[in-house]
Design a protein around this ligand. Structure first.
Ligand SMILES: Cc1cc2nc3c(=O)[nH]c(=O)nc-3n(C[C@H](O)[C@H](O)[C@H](O)COP(=O)(O)O)c2cc1C
Length: 412
């Protein structure tokens, strides 16, 4: 088993939100400490925070773009606030002003930081380190806001009593940098039960060549497989994705092996299977491939009477079934079944015939489910006949569910 380095935050994406408190300058030090722990930090400043500390400081410390305005869009491909909110392993708000806590408690999204926070999945850990004048801290409005946030799972890194910038002495001083960094490290390592585990995932669509320019493929985007990979990596796993064609930019911290055909995907998986603890086959693999792909572009016939073209196909190797039949007792194999009707009947027979431990089944005809969407509606089937139907969830949330189900199945 790989040793878990208790302090390293390598591969972790932290989103640091800084608001307009006199303690904002301390956020630079927090950022520097977290950066030394090898985390990937993305900073969002409120407009008021940017008056206390400049964007350039955080840009230099993190080597990432710093966002302030809701229209700050560093890459044209993604909407920044959604991307940041959905890709963070943890959100740290330090310092958190009374105003920021109030806006969060009430779901206000009127700048980049608060919009990101409202777009954050409820499962993402949020730590808030408040800093403010004692009267603000003790105000019933702030007390109620903190209570609301805590009831939603936000962890408050408590301020302490001392001499404040306004020369008052009392509660409201930002927790020490050490306390804040330790709270982040503790929270990120809490859920590291996959540390030392090898997870092999397939993702995307295979392409079976008909000729040098055409292929047989399917509509899989790879989003589900890569969501599983990202979630497993954030839980400490050593993740390899054997990928077919995909539109997904692979997340940091995972190994990606690029393949094209069902056969090459099978070979890459096969050579890695015996060393993995969990194999999750989320790729959409072609069941058939042309027997003899043409080495020249297939031409239309000049004969007008000849309107048809026949291509002979042969079965490809069923990757998940072949490997699941070789699995040891200490390995867990999860398959996916994409169906268009009679979902559960077909899924049950697949689970048994392929020797799977779990099957994640979805009916792609349902609104919000299936290919190239960011959401999915799936049922999880166990070998002993249990079924769990999940509601419409983001693919990352589906990934969390799958890994939660796999957790008790792992060997000691
Ligand atoms: C010099 C100065 C120091 C401030 N310090 C704090 C503070 O420590 N905590 C706080 O909640 N507000 C503080 N404020 C007030 C906030 O900046 C103000 O409420 C602002 O609206 C917060 O906006 P934001 O939450 O969008 O950053 C301070 C204001 C000034 C001018």
């Amino acid at each position: 088993m790989k040793e878990l380095n208790i302090d390293s935050l390598s591969g972790k994406r932290i989103f640091l939100g800084v608001s307009g408190s006199i303690a904002a300058y301390k956020a630079a030090d927090i950022c520097s400490q977290l950066s030394k722990l090898e985390s990937d930090i993305h900073v969002v400043l409120t407009a008021h925070a940017a008056k206390f500390v400049g964007e350039a400081t955080f840009r230099a410390l993190t080597r990432n773009p710093v966002l302030v305005d809701i229209f700050d869009e560093p890459t044209a491909k993604r909407i920044a606030h959604i991307d940041l909110a959905q890709s963070a392993d943890l959100i740290l708000l330090a310092p958190a002003s009374a105003n920021l806590l109030a806006k969060m408690a009430h779901g206000i999204a009127d700048d980049m930081l608060t919009t990101c926070l409202l777009a954050t999945p409820l499962s993402t850990p949020i730590l808030a380190a408040p800093a403010m004048n004692t009267v603000m801290w003790e105000h019933p409005a702030t007390r109620a806001n903190i209570e609301t946030l805590q009831s939603r799972g936000v962890q408050i890194v408590e301020p302490y009593s001392g001499l404040l910038a306004c020369q008052d002495v009392g509660m409201g001083k930002l927790a020490t940098i050490e306390e804040i960094v330790n709270a982040v490290v503790r929270r990120l390592h809490q859920n590291q039960y996959l540390a030392g585990r090898k997870i092999l995932v397939t993702a995307g669509a295979t392409r079976e060549p008909l000729d040098p320019v055409r292929f047989l493929s399917n509509r899989s985007s790879g989003k589900m497989g890569f969501a599983i990979a990202a979630e497993a990596a954030s839980r400490g796993a050593d993740v390899t994705v054997v990928s077919g064609f995909t539109s997904v930019i692979p997340p940091d911290g995972i190994e990606v092996v690029q393949t094209l055909t069902a056969q090459s995907m099978f070979e890459e998986c096969s050579s890695r299977f015996s060393s993995c603890d969990v194999f999750i086959a989320a790729a959409a693999v072609s069941d058939f491939t042309p027997i003899e792909p043409s080495d020249q572009k297939i031409k239309k016939s000049s004969d007008n009477d000849n309107q048809f073209l026949s291509i002979e196909l042969k079965r490809t190797t069923d990757i998940v079934s072949t490997l699941a039949k070789q699995k040891r007792k200490d390995q867990v194999v999860v398959g996916f079944a994409v169906e268009t009707g009679d979902l559960l009947v077909k899924a049950h027979s697949k689970l048994a015939s392929k020797n799977l431990d779990l099957l994640v089944a979805n009916d792609v005809t349902q609104q919000g489910a299936g290919f190239d969407t960011d959401t999915n509606i799936v049922s999880i089937l166990w070998a002993d006949g249990r079924i769990e139907d999940l509601p419409l969830l983001t693919k990352r949330e589906v990934a969390e569910h799958i890994l939660n189900v796999v957790k008790p199945m792992l060997s000691e």
